[in-house]
Design a binder for this molecule. Structure first.
Ligand SMILES: C[S@@+](CC[C@H](N)C(=O)[O-])C[C@H]1O[C@@H](n2cnc3c(N)ncnc32)[C@H](O)[C@@H]1O
Length: 200
């Protein structure tokens, strides 16, 4: 009997193209990227061949996500073996030091606030001096009317887990600032999402 490990996310299929456009704009020609919460692995499988100067290190705490990512990325020479990593783990055991980019999509609203705290704390510790953290997902932005879709999504998330929810950008910025990171660039993405670029 053959077993397939491929998980599939329709949202990932939709957003991977616009996300790659942003990566091409903000990343230098080469470097080492650590992906936090890689999920199915479809982002890694889409980005790595399009960014041949980059080494891509996917990570996730769920073994089935690591298996799926390995399956999606089979044969891609610039994708490293997926790493078991919980973003809240102090010191990010096993993660490479001095990475040039950290990419994290759709985590901080679908996890307790500790995930955002861990992401900012360890990104500050693991990014090279000019390294960039990219986060992707929905946010509530002060002074901007919330999109109805994001309000509904927030309510749905909180029903699934009261510790989850669409985050206020100001709260994320405060957490980043606590660790010496600041918002460098903002890209408005389809479906009321933002890609945010953070650095020192
Ligand atoms: C909604 S999925 C997003 C997956 C992928 N980034 C995407 O955009 O399609 C959320 C991912 O966060 C991961 N995750 C949940 N808690 C986490 C944690 N504490 N540390 C790292 N990843 C976590 C889950 O295993 C899952 O793969």
């Amino acid at each position: 009997m053959t077993t397939t490990h491929l998980l599939s996310s329709p949202a990932c299929e939709r957003n991977r193209g616009p996300l790659l456009d942003v990566l091409r704009q903000v990343l230098p020609a080469q470097g080492l990227a650590l992906e936090i919460a890689c999920g199915t692995g479809q982002h890694a499988a889409h980005f790595a061949p399009a960014l041949p100067g980059w080494q891509w290190q996917p990570s996730d705490p769920q073994p089935e996500c690591l298996r799926s990512t390995a399956a999606w990325c089979a044969g891609l020479a610039n994708v490293r073996t997926p790493l078991l990593l919980d973003v809240t783990a102090p010191g990010w055991p096993g993660a490479p030091q001095a990475v040039d980019a950290i990419f994290c999509a759709n985590l901080i609203h679908i996890a307790p606030w500790a995930a955002c705290q861990g992401l900012m704390r360890e990104a500050a510790a693991h990014l090279a001096p000019d390294g960039q953290l990219l986060t992707y997902g929905p946010y509530f932005v002060e002074g901007e009317p919330p999109a109805p879709g994001n309000l509904a999504f927030d309510a749905d998330l909180k029903q699934r887990d009261p510790a989850w929810g669409v985050r206020r950008l100001a709260d994320v910025q405060a957490e980043a600032a606590h660790h010496g990171l600041r918002l460098l660039r903002r890209f408005d993405m389809p479906a009321n999402n933002l890609t945010l670029v953070w650095g020192r």
